[in-house]
Every structure is written in structure tokens, then in C-alpha cells.
Design a protein around this ligand. Sequence first.
Ligand code: MLT
Ligand code: ZN
Length: 478
Amino acid sequence: EMRQHPTFPRPSASAIDKARRLLERALGPSKVITSADGCAAYAGDESDQPPVSPDAVVLASSAADIEKAVRAASEAEVPVVPRAAGSGKSGGAVPVGGGIVIATIGMNSIKEISREEQIAVVEPGVILADLHAAVEAEGLFYPPDPNSLKMCALGGNIAENAAGPRAFKYGVTREYVLGLDAILIDGTRLRTGRRTVKGVTGYDVTALLVGSEGTLAITTEATLRLIAKPPSVMTLLCLFPDVRASGRAVSALVAAGVVPRCLELLDRPTLDAVRARGVGVDERAGAMLIIEVDGEPADCEVQAERVGEVCMDAGALDVLVAQDEAQRERLWEARRQLSPTTRAMARYKISEDVVVPRDKIPALLDEVAEISAATGVRMLTYGHAGDGNLHVNLLWNDPDLVPQVETALSRLFRAVIGMRGTLSGEHGIGTSKADFLALEQSPELIAIERKIKALFDPKGLLNPHKIFPRRTLEAAER
Ligand code: MLT
Ligand code: ZN
């Protein structure tokens, strides 16, 4: 079986019994699921990691519920796995060592939106698209927009430091989190950060918690920075004969100082996948950039013109402009559907999330082509080219191809690190890339990270086995 987890230790039967008893006593039976069927619904996420059922699920409706649940878990010494929408891409919400899933999806209130302060205060179960709609109704804007925005929730976005197409201009989730209310595994409540946009008091624990993948604390409330909603957007579709030309255009746009809000790339195999779904794309096109600019209407025109010139200079076949909101939405919907579309193309799929310096995009795409040819694994690439963050997808049907897939991945990661890139731009490490962490980070750095983890969670009960490599592999890398 592909990328099967090593069997992680699970709690003993008596520890599970004790945890269930303590949970039911503290929270009442209606908030605690212990049936096998009920638990199975919380076993997997949207990653390629095999699902593992928890031993109990807590349906939290308040910070007090979470506090009670972690106190019970700590007393029984069973693991806790926080989960918001479960749409993560790296296995962060998969309870690989069993234990208790704390589901925060029911905590979905937007507690405050302030136009004067340009902030929002949200609970972890708020669906991202609902937050977008609510703040935009006030003329405000929350930029992070992972493509799963209609299903993902803020708690998970914060845990994974999610991004999305608009990160190119506006940055990632961390840049919008001013403060957090969070609960540690022993039930301690922490309030980090502040409501003000400016402030440097003490260590930046907020920034540490964002992207910590649920391994340090559980978010119960977040204070988010908003900006004014850009008055106008324009969406361009730039078609290129091949992916090299599109890569050149990305570098040229960056060098020209044009900052569209989105700069997305689709390579030839991805375009073919889109065509196969009945979306008409000029047959001459071997690659495509989706470029979106925003600002005042006149400013959009100027930026769009500049984008068009730079793309044509880089060898574009054609530059098309979305004519209305419906056309624009159809285009983005096709883009957002790439993950499920490619998922349906083969029996097995792994979606990677590597980042390279932007001038290395052509080199990375060449490397992907070489790896695919050498290993016989079908690969297609799309993603947030403006940030150098490309989703390299590996697709295969024959289970016997697993060794070649492992070779392809290892070659890809080594090439990316060789280009001074990074393993994950937005999906996180989770369990899916934990064994590769030591490729990118030194033993000294990983040791400091382990100490931070131990400080927050001395018994290693909160979302165990995530981020950190199994020690044997870590040692082997040295
Ligand atoms: C995306 O950009 O579509 C998402 O990050 C998911 C993915 O394709 O892996
Ligand atoms: Zn993405």
C-alpha cells in the first residue's frame, strides 16, 4: 500500500476506556462520539495519507468544551487531534496514533467585523468563503484564498498557514492573524498577540502558533486583520506554446515589478486534463497563466496592459480578458477544481507543494519532465507560479509503480532543496512530508523545534507524529 504509515503506537484499551469515561462525564454523552461508525467519519482528510479512525470524537461548541476535553485526554494520557473542516492536504487532521479528535467545526460564529478597526474576530469552525462574503459585504477584504475556500475553515487555515492564489500580492494567513485565543494540552488558556495592527511586545507567539499544524495549541478564537476591498479586478488568460515560455513570462513579470494579485501556471498535462473535462482551451496552447490584477478600475487597465505586453514579449500566443464576472468565476472554478479533477484521473495521486525561487521555475519544470521520463510516473504541474509555489502531481494506476514514485518524490525534493527552495509552500508537513524534514532543516534547528514542542506539550499528546521525522530517518539523513 502506497506510503503506508508505519504503525504508530495507539493508546491501550484501558487508557481509551478511561478517556471516554472522563469525556462523557465532563461533556455529557451528546458531545462525545465513541461508536466505530461515528469515529470513522473523522479518520481522514483531503491528503493522500491513509485514514485512521480515532477512539473518540468531541464535538466542541465552545472553548470550555475544548478545555474539558484536553484535560480529560491529558489525565488519561491519550493523544488529541484537533480538526476543523478536515480539508488539509498533508495529513494534519489524521489521527495516526488514534486517540481523541476534537472537532471545532461547530464553533462557527463570526463574532465581530469592525470597519473602523479593519479586523474580524472568528471562531475556528468558520468556513472561509463565509468569512469572505461577510467581510466583503462591509467593503472589507480577507485575502487568503486556498482553493478549498468553500469547504475549509479558519482553524485549519491558521494551523497550516494556508495561502492560495492571492498570496502572491497579499501574503499568507500568518500575515493576517493579529492574535489568538488558544488552549494548551493541559487546559491552560493562552491569549497571544493583540487587536492592534502594530505591536512588538514580547516574543511573537501568534506567528509561532500559525502554521504549527495543531501540534502546539488548539485555536478557539482568532483576531484577523482585514484590508479594504479592492474596487475592481481584471482577469487575464495568457496562452503560451510551451511551459518554458510561460516560465519566462513569470520571471519577466516579477522583474518588471508588475504585481498582479494572482499569477497561476498550468502546464501542458494540466491543460489536457482541463480540456478532457470539456473546457475549451486553444489547441495550440501548451501552457497557460491565469493572471488577475486589482485596484482602481483605471489602474487595473494599466496593469493589464503591462501584463499583456510582458507576456507577448515572453512568447505568448494570445492574451484573453475575462469579459464579465460569470466568465471570471467559471475560469476560477475550473482552476479550483484542478485538485479533484486530477484526483479522478488515476487510481493514485500525490499532490506536492514545493516552492523554488521564481527564476528557477523553468529549471524545476525541466526537472519534473526528466523525473517523469526517467521513472515512468505521470506528472503534471500547476499552481501559484508568482510565489514559485507549484503543485507537482504524481499520478499512477499500477500499485507496482510505488518504488518509482518514491524515487520520483525523493528526486523532486532533492532538486527543490538544491535550488534553495522549500518542501511546502502552503499545505504543511503533516505526516506526508515529515520524513523529508531533515532534507531542508539542520539537526540543530529540528532539535530546537523539538524543544519548543516539548515546552508546549511535554507528554507529546497534541497531534503527535506530525511535522517531525521519525528518528531513524532523521539520523539516516545526517
Ligand atoms: C490548489 O492550489 O489547488 C490547492 O493548493 C490544492 C492542490 O491542488 O494541491
Ligand atoms: Zn495551492
